[in-house]
Design a protein around this ligand. Structure first.
Ligand code: ZN
Length: 160
């Protein structure tokens, strides 16, 4: 069967950034299972996988706008050092998960001053063109429960 809205696709993938560095890969792990058509993966990749079948291999180039978005410099902010736990030694490049009204997102420390810390709330891959090498491992219909939740359960998906 072909990948279409409301199907569960299982994929092996390698993600590279602009420079060709491997950012993420399912190599040596179980493949990623996602619910197609529900924004579980970046839009550019989801579009490219539409209509594909088990065994298909493809390379997908995704522009930043169809990946993790463009950078928003308003998300780069100085916050007081006291906002961070005192037992954490802050260093540029450190990442935190922050909870906001928009959900959980990653915040990266850019610069550490005596009294303030420059943080960047952009996704670490925002502004980057992405390249995915994908092999489709399997395609199946989603269960009714998966459709209700908007994500995949079991193997390669959510466990709850
Ligand atoms: Zn669920």
């Amino acid at each position: 069967m072909q990948i279409a809205r409301n199907s569960v696709a299982t994929i092996h993938y390698t993600l590279r950034n602009d420079k060709g560095d491997v950012i993420d890969s399912s190599d040596g792990r179980e493949p990623l299972a996602y619910l197609h058509g529900h924004g579980n993966i970046v839009p550019g990749l989801e579009r490219a996988l539409e209509g594909k079948r088990a065994g298909d291999k493809l390379q997908v180039k995704v522009a930043a706008e169809d990946g993790y978005g463009t950078r928003d410099e308003r998300l780069v902010q100085d916050v007081p050092r006291e906002a961070f736990p005192t037992d954490v030694e802050l260093q540029p490049g450190m990442q935190f998960h922050a909870q906001s009204s928009a959900g959980v997102h990653t915040v990266t420390v850019r610069d550490v001053g005596a009294d303030s810390v420059k943080i960047d709330g952009n996704h670490p891959l925002a502004g980057e063109a992405l390249s995915f090498d994908v092999t489709i491992d399997g395609v199946r219909e989603a269960t009714r429960e998966e459709l209700a939740h908007g994500h995949v359960h079991g193997e390669g998906g959510h466990h709850h």
